[in-house]
Design a protein around this ligand. Structure first.
Ligand code: ZN
Length: 672
């Protein structure tokens, strides 16, 4: 391996272990001989770029800098963050390299070839316990330097370098309330020092846990039914309140470790102390909202009471920003990312389920650190002033600006029924492509789960959830909406698409077939739309209902009695929904497609009999439908999806109770 390849290899090894750090936290470096653009040999520093994740990093995520330019900086007394960043960017030997980590000078000022910086849980557990310095010496030995808390930047880099000069035999340093640095003459030695120190700390913590409980429980986990009931009542108004500036998704995490923490007697006081490492704050903020249920359980607490607690949290946060900000331009973002609910679990907020999962993962590690610290002694963290310095630090916020701009339907949550079929699949795909989070439902578990996997892989984010739902079964619909609340925390639109076709003249139509068509094509839309409207109204943020109807509603064909009658009921239902819900900002619209063949289960079922009706070969059916429309065009599932996206989006904000045809133009089916 080249030195750079070895650095990537070592970085990924560190990144692959969650207990050492998460999502862009931590950084690594290597000093080695290399060449500048003019071909002159010199000493280079390869350091991780800002925002890159150690777990998935590649050579292109590291920035090459000439040590000859960096070393003299150590003689300076001070350097502002802005000057430092501008200086480092000018030093880059490759203009395409990423912005070097904000901890670059920490790496540069240490004369050792390899340096690793992590936010290991076990080290943080010691570094965040009162009397951390003594504890570190006792548990990890005298070979480690102790650096009292300083915000990352020039001063911290200089402080570590000075401590090193006094103790050049040290193997590393613990940064109070922040993390661990190890170093060595090569990458392997530095890496092994990280592992051995973390392992020693973990063994010590395990012994402490065996000796005493970190906290007795104050609450019991509520039964599953009661937890669902709490979510149904609390989550819609919470999402509305949290979405004041920008819409959010909310995800519930109720793993055993989370429940143990939220139920603990110490939870409310721990939640007020501060982050496990300032790096987490970028995503979790300084403090969670710990919902207080008093002596009762969450079931007995009203949603209004929770919203009042949220308002107090936001007011406290605004005071904190006013108190510590240096310029009037710093605008507070007053809402929590983490909400802890005794007996129920943890809600995390973000723009999609990938972001809510990241917040949850970071806070689960913070919980582990707090539990450990309590088993040893007393958990401590940075002060509010120090926290503010990092939470609203432009250099940290820079990492967030690396994310791509948000798409049209970003932060919108929807549910699509009949998603496994040709039209449903195309709709789900376009919605996800445009940034929406979508619950895709159908009757077959393997098919919806495979579809959700495909959509998530394509998006590179967690935006789809596959659920089995039978639209004709009230309980099944309820269960799906509960799962939607747990995964995404709300709803902005419904695409009611599931349908079945049945072909038979009325004289030969069996009662069972008539009833089946009515139950799927009429009652199914009613049950799903009712659940959607209840949720949308509870949320109070408007919404959009889109129904996939059929050209048959306006221009029925023979032998389509069961289908057309049920579809006519669906259209009237949609219109009544538009009338009843306009005052809540909820729109209801219809799409009338005709002759969509691709991937359609419907045509597989009825194609042969339709061909017989028109006296043509089954293979000629598609061409027949194409010839019969005014534009002589073939209708694709993607065309229907386009119409759905229009009705879901703000572009149709002034339209409700409307039918949009996607049929190539059929004179007898013109809406009127
Ligand atoms: Zn750090």
């Amino acid at each position: 391996m080249s030195p750079l390849e070895a650095l990537v290899y070592r970085s990924r090894l560190i990144g692959s272990e969650e207990r050492l750090g998460l999502f862009g936290g931590g950084n690594t470096s290597l000093k080695c001989r290399g060449r500048d653009p003019a071909g002159r040999a010199q000493e280079l520093l390869w350091v991780k770029g800002s925002g890159a994740d150690l777990k998935t990093c590649e050579a292109r995520h590291f920035a090459p800098l000439p040590m000859a330019a960096l070393r003299p900086l150590a003689a300076r007394r001070a350097m502002t963050d802005e000057t430092m960043v501008a200086f480092l960017e000018r030093c880059l030997l490759d203009p395409k390299a990423p912005r070097p980590s904000i901890e670059t000078l920490l790496h540069a000022f240490l004369p050792e070839a390899a340096v690793d910086h992590t936010h290991a849980d076990a080290i943080l557990s010691l570094a965040n316990t009162r009397g951390g310095e003594r504890l570190i010496r006792r548990v990890l030995g005298p070979q480690l330097l102790w650096i009292p808390y300083l915000q990352p930047g020039f001063s911290l880099s200089r402080r570590v370098a000075q401590a090193y000069q006094r103790r050049p035999d040290a193997h590393g340093a613990v940064l109070e309330h922040h993390g661990l640095i190890t170093w060595g003459p090569d990458g392997r030695i530095s890496y092994e020092r990280t592992l051995s120190l973390v392992t020693r700390a973990e063994r010590f913590i395990a012994r402490q846990h065996r000796r005493r409980s970190w906290s007795p429980a104050a609450h019991a986990t509520l039964p599953a039914e009661a937890r669902e009931a709490v979510l149904r009542r609390w989550v819609p108004p919470l999402r509305r309140a949290l979405s004041r500036a920008r819409k959010v998704c909310l995800t519930l995490t109720d793993t055993p470790d989370v429940l143990e923490f939220v139920n603990a007697r110490r939870m409310p006081s721990l939640a007020r102390v501060g982050p496990a490492t300032p790096d987490h704050m970028l995503r979790t903020k300084r403090l969670p909202l710990a919902v207080s249920v008093g002596e009762r359980t969450a079931v007995a607490v009203s949603a209004a009471a929770v919203i009042r607690q949220l308002a107090r949290y936001a007011a406290d946060h605004e005071r904190y920003v006013r108190r510590y900000r240096r310029s009037g331009r710093t605008r507070p973002d007053p809402f929590p990312r983490v909400i802890l609910i005794p007996g129920v679990g943890m809600l995390t907020s973000g723009k999609d389920a990938t972001e809510t999962a990241m917040v949850a993962q970071l806070y689960r590690h913070a919980m582990a650190v707090m539990r450990n610290a309590c088993a040893i002694g007393r958990y401590t963290s940075v002060s509010a002033r120090e926290a503010f310095g990092v939470e609203y630090w432009p250099l940290e916020l820079y990492k967030l600006t690396l994310a791509p701009p948000e798409a049209e339907l970003s932060r919108q949550i929807g549910l699509v029924t009949g998603a496994a079929g040709g039209i449903g699949r195309a709709i789900a795909q376009q919605l996800v492509d445009r940034g929406a989070c979508v619950v895709v439902t159908d009757l077959h578990r393997d098919r919806v789960e495979a579809l959700a996997d495909t959509l998530n892989r394509r998006a590179g984010r967690r935006r789809a959830l596959g659920l089995v739902m039978d639209v004709t079964d009230e309980r099944s619909v309820e269960r799906a909406f509960d799962a939607l609340l747990r995964a995404f925390g709300g709803l902005d639109f419904l695409v009611s698409n599931a349908g079945v076709a049945h072909v038979a003249g009325v004289d030969r139509l069996r009662l069972a077939d008539w009833e089946h068509s009515l139950s799927v094509n009429a009652t199914g839309h009613f049950l799903v739309a009712r659940a959607a409207v209840r949720l949308l109204r509870a949320q109070g943020m408007g919404g959009s209902l889109v129904f996939i109807a059929s050209k048959n509603v306006l221009a029925p064909g023979k032998e389509f009695g069961a289908y057309s009658a049920a579809k006519a009921a669906q259209v009237q239902l949609a219109r009544v929904l538009a009338i009843e819900n306009g005052e809540f900002g909820i729109r209801a619209n219809l799409v009338n497609p005709d002759g969509v063949f691709d991937g359609s289960g419907l045509w597989q079922a009825i194609g042969a009999s339709r061909a017989k009706t028109y006296r043509i070969r089954p293979g000629a059916l598609e061409a027949y439908y194409q010839r019969r429309n005014l534009l002589k065009t073939r209708i694709l599932p993607e065309d229907v999806a386009e119409a759905v996206c229009f009705f879901v989006s703000h572009r149709s904000a002034k339209t409700t109770g409307c039918i949009l045809t996607v049929d190539g133009g059929l004179r007898e089916a013109f809406p009127r």
